[in-house]
Ligand binder design. Sequence first.
Ligand SMILES: [Zn+2]
Length: 549
Amino acid sequence: MKITFLGAAKTVTGSCYLVEFSDRKIMVDCGMFQGHSRQNEFNEEPFPFDVGDLEYIFLTHSHIDHSGRIPKIYKDGFRGEVICTKATNDLCKIMLPDSGFIQEHEAEWKNRKRIRAGKPPVPPIYNAEEAMESLKCFRPIAYYEDITLDDKLRVRFLDAGHILGSSTLEIWIREDDTENETKIVFSGDIGNSDLPILRSPEFVKEADYLIIESTYGDRLHNSTEDRVHKLMRVMKETINRGGNVIIPSFAVGRTQEIIYEIHKFEEEYPAYVKFLKETPVYVDSPLATSATEIFRNNLDCYDDEARQYIKNGDNPLDFPGLKFTRDVEESKGLNEDQVPKIILSASGMCEAGRIRHHLKHNLWRAESSILFVGYQAVGTLGRRLIDGATKIKLYGEEITVNAKIETIEGYSGHADQNGLIDWVDHIKNKPKKVFIVHGEPDAQEVFSRLLKERFGLDTVIPEYGDHFDLTTNNLSVQKPYQDTKDRFIRLQLLSQIEILKEQADFIGVHIDQAYLNNKSDDEIEELQNKVAELDKDLINIRQRLIKMD
Ligand SMILES: [Zn+2]
């Protein structure tokens, strides 16, 4: 039996694992690489094996970094089944076509450049229609059901508490010449125990092999106690100033959590009922609107608190002032009248979508607030705003940032280091080997060390293309995976250089005469030393490049 790591290896995106046994092939997740343009480029790479031989894809959840290459693998000839929970199936019905639209737009944008450069146009990785096509392969199943696919293969989905429908997979495999089953557990993305609406992540009792995520393997979340009070305070203060509250929010998951929290606040703090009744809250994202509908149709995934509301005849994803925009006209109209309002819009990191229009109309207004409720990756507009950008460019126009920039932590969809350790602690019969995936290298190293120290576990941090043979206990890279791995490493280096460039630009824009005049001598000296260090490193890289030539 072999496992090959084809994504989320020493990085957080592109989850994809191939399991081979007795000449059969199954896959867990088939996600997209996301983030920098170079990583996106990697999604175009062909799968390094004959996808027609693949029997099943077990999908842990609908996030695009776990599901986004399913339409591509279908386009390339996969005709097996994608098995996932019903809620994941429902969410993929809206998220994969949406991803298809994004691919079409990206290809269009790329082709405009290519045509100007005299190059032939390229097709998108897949379009919305092709994404719709691939949904034919989906087979929704229920949580906890023992799915026996044949006498050699069975699987069970447990709730991972990360997003609606998310799961941890238990896979039992019996090879041709053996009596015993081998149990492989894929943690999927492990959720946070105090996320609104969702149940806490469930534990597994035993595993022979474990493949576990490590996004927050080196960090702890701040206390979540005050997040809802901060949400209310920012909303109230901004509305009283006569401004708008703009909340960049992931369309699926975070938006519904915020709606739920506002509803809950209204129930628990009657003093706010009047304020909330008089303040319109708009959800301005077609994807978020559809996703909210799916949340309302999958009540069986809710935790006890959310179920209690339903039992009492109350809809926890609704409250009197909540409105969903119907079309682009209504969306544009939101910035035309002067009525202070709250607008939830996507994308969550401000990289695309309607949120950019709302930012354009509100960033310059000192009375408005931009409220971040999710992680902002390096290089995104959201991150630049959090880092204190004073001017930004939107639609070719320079806009001064006068609005208040606020962030609320604690709405993380991932367990922190303590959560991950607690999850492993609950496995009674510990695995022979643990593969640490879905994390940045630093987080993985720290987490790996902890697992060794706390539980004496044998851990591996696989790289892209690594092959692990369970029978010989041997980790290697084989043809044709080596070639893909080489290309992957090169694209990753280009990505890092692009990020460096962006960071340098950011420093260049922010450090000017006026900025430096405000700083103390100590601060100037510290900055001077840091810049000198950086300068030395860059000179070293240049010299290395000259030598390599
Ligand atoms: Zn996820």
